[in-house]
Design a protein around this ligand. Structure first.
Ligand code: CA
Length: 230
């Protein structure tokens, strides 16, 4: 069955461009033209992915994103945010509310379709495996996309979960930002985005007592450290 993309955007020409290109790529496309309508559409139709504009009448894209990522029923639906070009502040804000990635306007429709496909593929490969990883009080369940610390559930987005599992699977090894963009976001080389660092910061906040194990290796990337006695 075809995947459903919900476009939340009020500018008609941007909607037309997105709808045309996503349909051509084989997606079923739904459209909402305000923040409030977007939130209702996600809750009603449970799309596979949301392309969410930041600037919307009524509820802003940030508010919609925050609402979806705080609700356990919708936290796993990937969100690709559209931001104004070079609005670094907007991007950072979008990612901090839990968006899985952003694309700046004006965007290349081809690149946007590639990113939507990559984010969905990434979701499938995570969900398809069933094993459980346990490491010093940290438990990762790949089938339910749930992480726990000493039995307590962490509210992670799909991207945060995939990021954590990739780091844990490679524990003791430094992973570069390019490696992470490929393995976590499913991006091919040349798809440049600064999304990694913001996600890492959010993940650290959620890891509580385990946060110090997630080390930034200056000039190289990130490493999840093994505890000395394990
Ligand atoms: Ca807009």
């Amino acid at each position: 069955m075809e995947d459903t993309v919900l476009i939340v955007e009020d500018e008609a020409d941007v909607v037309d461009l997105l709808r045309y290109n996503l349909k051509r790529a084989g997606f079923k496309v739904l459209v909402a033209t305000s923040g409030d309508a977007g939130l209702t559409a996600v809750r009603t139709h449970r799309p596979d992915i949301v392309v969410l504009d930041l600037m919307l009448p009524g509820m802003s894209g940030l508010e919609v994103c925050r609402a979806l990522k705080q609700d356990p029923k919708t936290i796993h639906i990937p969100i690709l945010m559209l931001t104004a070009k070079d609005e670094q502040k907007d991007r950072v804000k979008g990612l901090e509310t839990g968006a899985d990635d952003y694309v700046g306007k004006p965007f290349s429709p081809r690149e946007l379709v590639l990113r939507v496909q990559a984010l969905l593929r990434r979701l499938r490969t995570t969900a398809a495996s069933t094993s459980l990883i346990e490491l010093d009080g940290l438990t990762l369940d790949k089938s339910s996309l749930q992480a726990r610390i000493d039995g307590e559930r962490l509210e992670l987005t799909t991207t945060e979960f995939k990021l954590l599992i990739t780091l844990v699977n490679n524990r003791g090894r430094t992973l570069g930002r390019d490696d992470l963009l490929r393995d976590v976001w499913g991006y091919s080389p040349g798809m440049d985005t600064r999304t990694v660092d913001t996600h890492m910061r959010r993940l650290r906040e959620k890891l509580l007592g385990h946060a110090p194990r997630l080390e930034t290796v200056r000039g190289e990337g990130y490493r999840f450290n093994v505890l000395p006695d394990s």
